[in-house]
Design a protein around this ligand. Structure first.
Ligand code: HEC
Ligand code: HEC
Ligand code: HEC
Ligand code: HEC
Length: 459
């Protein structure tokens, strides 16, 4: 048994060492860098340029978290894995052969990561998409979904491919280059979801304003172009609040999930009670979280706190994937992974319920709180990469539980007073309204009487 395991490990080590560059270079077409315009040349589309600059697509090569993991991957595989990674994070550089080898300088379009002219020259993919399975013409024709685009700067062509989720799937499905294990499966997750059945694509959520599908989004595709009933944005906000467009990422995270908190309103002192928290993936068109889920941190924190501030319950439930290596050790790095040890994420439109129990204290009620949090990576990893990655509160729900009906009523009165809806105050207000009303009524009668008198006199 042990010997077989060792053999498997050795075989994998050999595969990772030898087969990775071969697979990477075999799948990617060779295209010289000169075939790609630098982003600056797309200046007619100022708004899109500004959007793109804030995205992880424009930062995919220089991203410090990426750089950290890239150097770890290279160290672990003696430099063999680098070209594989760089093919998605810097496709123009990869197709021009400017990856992996130290000392090769990259500038212009090769340094621009996932750029306008890369995406807009793509023509198709092998199915199912993944591991940079794209096809490209690189003949200078810019392709997108518009059927009547006319540009003085370049040729244009209609592309049905750009309207499909598979367009994104070429990179948003990452399989282990040696053993095929799905490491990131956003496209696959989406393709099995209700969204795919309804024809709601990645583009509909990630290339429109707002957290969900915001269509139509009227506007101009270029400064020179006509006003159109719908255009897509080049924003691709995900969960990366620290390095991407913070405002858009936060909005996306807050639109991804809802929390349902259930607790008995009154529990007698000393009695045990149960609370239930349900997390619903109500807004993401794939698992929550998705992508690099061995690195992302998404978790539910459930606490029950007594009147004195002590925690009676404090539970953390993580939504992630844990990878295992050939010897069954976990968590394993993606390059060592041969299997998924556990997957606790929430499927699209799916939910997970967690229950906890506590005993009501003798002196007063408790507060039940459920918070769903997200961070792009651990604090440790962020520190190693020299960046600040914040924790974002995706959803929060709070309930008060009382130890007697009297306590509940007292709390209700207090809350009402805070909101200015004190029942006593309400009565006073009513009285004041009545007085003003009466005064106004008498005033009107008075004026009418006076008028009547004047009219009588005038006659
Ligand atoms: C990750 C790939 C990708 C990148 C990078 C990208 N685009 Fe797009 N773009 C698309 C896709 C896909 C569509 C069509 C979406 C659809 O039809 O569902 C599109 C649509 C467009 C359109 C048509 C009008 C519209 O917005 O609907 C224009 C013009 C455009 N992009 C320009 C740009 C410019 C300029 C840049 C760089 C600043 C850029 N794109 C970067 C993928 C990309
Ligand atoms: C050439 C490969 C490639 C293509 C094609 C591509 N992406 Fe990406 N995308 C990436 C990479 C690489 C990153 C991560 C960059 C990083 O974080 O360093 C990324 C990041 C993202 C993020 C941000 C994730 C976060 O954590 O905030 C979103 C959202 C996204 N892509 C959506 C899309 C959509 C939608 C499409 C199709 C229209 C698409 N991508 C096409 C490579 C690609
Ligand atoms: C129904 C809307 C919707 C659809 C469809 C959708 N997404 Fe998302 N996506 C979201 C929301 C909301 C989030 C933020 C929550 C999260 O991180 O999962 C998100 C997050 C992401 C992230 C960041 C992942 C993370 O957790 O760090 C990536 C990458 C991404 N989406 C890519 C895609 C791709 C590629 C597709 C198509 C195959 C797609 N999305 C389809 C709504 C959608
Ligand atoms: C087939 C395309 C593809 C390949 C190959 C690939 N990546 Fe990525 N990478 C992506 C996409 C897409 C994302 C965004 C997913 C998400 O946001 O969850 C991403 C995100 C990342 C991130 C997260 C960055 C951040 O700021 O949070 C890191 C780190 C990363 N990749 C490292 C690597 C390393 C190291 C390799 C090589 C071992 C690699 N990638 C190979 C497509 C790829």
């Amino acid at each position: 048994m042990t010997r077989i395991r060792v053999l498997v490990t050795l075989a994998l080590a050999a595969l990772v060492g030898a087969a990775v560059p071969a697979i990477a270079s075999a799948a990617v077409p060779k295209v010289p860098q000169s075939k790609f315009d630098v982003v600056e040349n797309c200046g007619c589309h100022t708004a899109f340029l500004e959007q793109w600059r804030t995205t992880m697509h424009s930062k995919a090569l220089v991203d410090p978290i990426y750089q950290l993991k890239l150097s770890e991957a290279n160290r672990a595989t003696n430099g063999a894995l680098g070209p594989f990674c760089e093919t998605c994070h810097g496709p123009v550089a990869a197709m021009a052969g400017l990856v992996g080898k130290k000392g090769k300088s990259r500038s212009g379009s090769a340094a621009e990561a996932v750029s306008c002219d890369f995406c807009h020259q793509l023509t198709g993919t092998a199915m199912p998409p993944g591991n940079f399975s794209w096809r490209i013409d690189a003949n200078g024709v810019k392709r997108a979904q518009l059927k009547d685009a006319l540009s003085p700067a370049h040729e244009t062509a209609y592309s049905n491919y750009h309207e499909q989720a598979a367009f994104c799937g070429v990179c948003h499905n990452v399989n282990h280059p040696a053993n095929g294990l799905p490491l990131e499966a956003t496209y696959t997750e989406w393709s099995k979801s209700e969204y795919a059945k309804q024809g709601i694509t990645c583009q509909d959520c990630h290339m429109t304003p707002g957290a969900g599908v915001t269509k139509p989004n009227p506007g101009r595709a270029s400064g020179l172009g006509p006003e159109r009933p719908h255009i897509y944005t080049m924003t691709w906000a995900g969960g990366n609040v620290g390095l991407g467009n913070a405002a858009l990422a936060e909005e996306r995270l807050k639109g991804a999930a809802t929390l349902e908190l259930e607790a008995q309103e009154i529990v007698e002192p000393g009695k045990k009670a149960e609370i239930a928290v349900t997390v619903v993936n109500s807004g993401a068109g794939h698992y929550l979280p998705t992508g690099l889920t061995d690195v992302r941190e998404c978790w539910l924190q459930v606490t029950v706190t007594d009147a004195g501030g002590s925690k009676l319950v404090s539970e953390r439930h993580d939504f992630n994937t844990v990878l295992a290596d050939a010897r069954g050790r976990f968590p394993a790095e993606v390059w060592d992974a041969v299997s998924v040890k556990s997957d606790t994420r929430i499927p699209p439109k799916g939910s997970k319920t967690f229950t906890s129990e506590y005993a009501m204290p003798q002196d007063g009620g408790v507060t039940v709180e459920a918070v769903l949090n997200y961070r792009s990576c651990s604090e440790k990893m962020a520190e190693e990469a020299g960046v600040k990655i914040p924790t974002t509160e995706m959803a929060k729900s709070v309930l008060a539980v009382f130890s007697s009906p009297e306590e509940a009523a007292a709390a209700e009165r207090e809350a009402a007073a805070r909101d200015g809806r004190n029942p006593d105050q309400g009565l006073k207000n009513l009285a004041i309204i009545a007085v003003i009303g009466l005064a106004a009524l008498f005033g009107v009668i008075g004026v009418t009487v006076l008028r009547a008198r004047r009219t009588a006199r005038g006659k």
